[in-house]
Write a protein that binds this ligand. Structure first.
Ligand SMILES: [Mg+2]
Length: 294
């Protein structure tokens, strides 16, 4: 293949420009999906991750985690360019990636950032108001020490500190009835917040979700790399991944640590794959199979 120059995702050829290359654009949840639920290791997915890397296929992490938790996990070049934090609240693009978008782009350290959610101080204010109005209390990360977060999550203390350093959303524990939860969610809605459920916690955040962030990211890839025809792939294991799965061309449901799978009905014109294994092992198997089809 005759290479003429290199763009952010790799070499661009004259043939590529002429023929429109097909590529997967992979969006993946972390906890319980790419990372093991208990150990937070992605070891079992390394063979598939290396294949994606060899083929220059972008992998966009889409997590409830913060930027500060995600950054240390981005140890492959194709993982570094773009990631989505705090359940779709923000999309971070490496500043060297030339993006073409009508969205407001904010310079943030070495990133260009598109914010879809609400700033953290405003999330806390709204959550506080909703609790006062309803008399329903939650235990949020802002009221927990790193040691408590480590205790609830199984994270080490450094990781718990990074989890506590939030920019757009508040994870919380809720022990009340489902009726109380609905009352709280309704009050949060009055203050511009939504609630979503991850593997361990509820999360309060601005009106955005993983699916919205994935759609914006896809649009940006389409306009920024117009010579590539992107086929979107989404992998997740929990209800906070549903909006992501609904928005992609190929939805992959990864088995949870207890062997169960989240219920998901495919949308029209969508391919649905049930991963044959738990967490990163399922991620690896399904991705290696999928790569054979492109
Ligand atoms: Mg998960």
């Amino acid at each position: 293949m005759k290479t003429s120059w290199t763009n952010s995702w790799g070499p661009v050829s004259i043939e590529t420009m002429a023929t429109s290359r097909k590529s997967f654009l992979v969006f993946s949840d972390l906890d319980g999906t790419l990372l093991d639920y208990s150990t937070y290791s992605k070891e079992e997915a390394i063979p598939a991750l290396k294949k994606l890397e060899e083929r220059n296929i972008p992998l966009v992490i889409v997590s409830s985690k913060t930027r500060f938790e995600i950054e240390p996990l981005l140890d492959l070049p194709n993982m570094r360019r773009t990631f989505i934090t705090e359940n779709g609240s923000a999309i971070f693009f490496d500043e060297e990636m030339k993006i073409n978008t009508d969205h407001r782009v904010i310079q943030c350290g070495s990133y260009n950032l598109i914010r879809l959610g609400m700033a953290y101080p405003d999330v806390l204010k709204a959550l506080g108001k909703a609790q006062r109005e309803t008399g329903i209390r939650v235990r949020g990360f802002s009221g927990m020490s790193p040691a408590e977060i480590a205790n609830y999550t199984g994270l080490d203390l450094d990781s718990a500190e990074r989890a506590r350093h939030r920019e757009f959303s508040e994870p919380f524990l809720f022990c009340g009835s489902s009726h109380e939860l609905q009352t709280l969610i309704s009050a949060l809605g009055d203050h511009g917040l939504i609630c979503t459920r991850g593997g361990r916690f509820w999360h309060a955040l601005g009106r955005c979700d993983k699916g919205m962030a994935a759609r914006v990211t896809r649009e940006i890839f389409a306009t920024s790399f117009p010579s590539t025809s992107w086929i979107t792939v989404g992998l997740g294991d929990s209800p906070n991944d549903l909006s992501l799965l609904e928005t992609v061309d190929i939805a992959i449901v990864v088995k949870r640590h207890d062997g169960s799978s989240m219920d998901y009905s495919r949308s029209e014109n969508q391919r649905l794959i049930q991963a044959p294994g738990i967490g990163p092992a399922g991620w690896n198997a399904v991705m290696l199979d999928l790569l054979k089809t492109l």
